[in-house]
Write a protein that binds this ligand. Structure first.
Ligand code: SF4
Length: 438
């Protein structure tokens, strides 16, 4: 039965939105809907659209962890939550809402480059997280990534625990790392696929055994407990030879907007401008998924959506319908290049109206790599979970400092210019990267 009552207080309280934890912002309440591996059925999408109209101001956001949130919620919190629960958008147990943080590729199970289909294991991990009361003590931000080796994969988001599929000696293994990401995190060991669930369970148990209440994330614990010591106490047989420890997850650049080839058929990747959907857009995506796809959607870590299993003959029709609703369906659309946090229209911490500025900047920039320019209203950098190639950090309305990603520097990277207007920032970002070093 779906739980209707809010969960009891957590030992690691969170300020992040949840299903029941509707957080106040300048533009009203925010409710976050966590989706299992990013999966949203078309009927559920319709239910979110209705809820956003009925109980809020109609703004729906795709988050950078493959979830949805509704903004601008009015006073009827109970009505909103009830409607979402009725659509099957809640956790199995009220106390397990926060812990459902498992990221998959939006093309998991369909990607031609994948080593294996991780969806069955993902289901087991989500069951484990929800059914184990002790794991509900984990922070709402504690997150796990399960990477099946897909070509469409976000490999740069740090996770408390990540697992990556690899094939060794004709057998499927899961390499893993802690407090890092598959792109450049250190591989700490591997277990056979059949031991994947046991490994996840052991890592979470060990974390809770060792972490103080102040240590809510793995990176904090590893500052006082070396990774080798952590692994030695797992009670799981972990392979740690050179073959495993020197293995690197191969980075791939498969596009996630527009036509995306599957093992069979194709998927359509679409992005709402600056991560925001109107109810009409979400209904439109649901309608297209029902009519031309398999009735399901996948939310991605790029604040976008993917519609899998679209027949080649129907692809163009599906794309035209979604494009007419204002969704970005091609990587070369200028708005696809920019990412922006909520900004001053909805967040009291913001120094600038980043959403409006991003629209203006996109017109100046033209096309470029999707998501490669990030406008942030303050140093918290909510809009992306990794460092973007270029970050504009607001210092006052309409004025920004420009940082370029640098693997050798912490934080946002190298500071290239300060107090830029949007025109100045646009002119600098339009230059080839080598000229930005002058
Ligand atoms: S990055 Fe800062 S300004 Fe932007 S939404 Fe987050 S807290 Fe608000």
């Amino acid at each position: 039965m779906t739980p209707a009552n809010p969960p009891a207080a957590s030992p690691r309280p969170s300020a992040c939105p949840g299903l029941w934890r509707i957080v106040s912002a300048r533009d009203g309440g925010i409710c976050r809907i966590k989706l299992p591996g990013g999966l949203l059925l078309a009927d559920q999408a319709d239910a979110v659209a209705v809820a956003a109209e009925r109980f809020a101001g109609g703004v729906i956001e795709a988050t950078n962890r493959g979830n949805l949130q509704i903004r601008g919620i009015g006073g009827d919190h109970a009505g909103l939550v009830e409607s979402l629960l009725a659509a099957g958008l809640g956790p199995r147990d009220a106390a397990s809402d926060d812990v459902r943080n498992l990221m998959l590729s939006p093309l998991a199970g369909h990607d031609p480059q994948s080593v294996l289909d991780v969806r069955p294991l993902a289901e087991q991990i989500l069951d484990l997280l929800q059914a184990t009361p002790r794991f509900h003590e984990l922070s709402a931000k504690f997150a796990v990534q399960l990477d099946g080796g897909e070509g469409v994969a976000m490999l740069e988001h740090p996770h408390d625990l990540w697992l990556s599929a690899l094939r060794l000696e004709q057998r499927d293994w899961l390499a893993f790392g802690l407090a890092s990401c598959p792109a450049d995190g250190q591989v700490l060991g591997a277990v056979p696929l059949e031991q994947g669930l046991a490994l996840v369970s052991a890592v979470l148990e060990r974390f809770l055994d060792l972490a103080t209440a102040e240590q809510s994330r793995m990176r904090q614990l590893l500052q006082c407990c070396p990774a080798d010591v952590f692994i030695a106490g797992l009670g799981v047989d972990v392979r740690r030879d050179a073959v495993v420890l020197e293995w690197k997850r191969e980075a791939t650049e498969r596009p996630w907007l527009g036509r995306v080839v599957q093992q069979q058929g194709m998927a359509l990747g679409v992005a709402p401008p600056l991560g925001r959907l109107t109810p009409a857009m979400l209904r439109g995506v649901a309608r297209v998924a029902r009519q031309w796809g398999d009735g399901s959607l996948r939310l991605s870590p790029w604040q976008s959506l993917m519609l899998p299993n679209i027949a080649a003959a129907n692809f163009e029709q599906a794309r035209v319908e979604l494009s007419s609703l204002g969704l970005l369906c091609q990587a070369d659309e200028p708005l696809a290049r920019v990412v922006a946090c909520t900004g001053s229209s909805g967040c009291a911490k913001a120094q600038a109206d980043t959403k409006a500025d991003a629209v203006e900047l996109a017109a100046l920039l033209g096309s470029g790599a999707p998501g490669s320019v990030h406008l942030s209203g303050c140093p918290r950098s909510c809009a992306v979970a990794h460092v973007a190639p270029a970050t504009l950090l607001a210092r006052s309305p309409g004025r920004y400092d420009l940082y370029l990603r640098d693997a050798h520097l912490p934080g946002l990277g190298a500071l290239r210019a300060t107090d830029l207007t949007l025109n100045e920032a646009g002119a600098m970002l339009a230059l080839p990267t080598e000229h930005l070093d002058d």
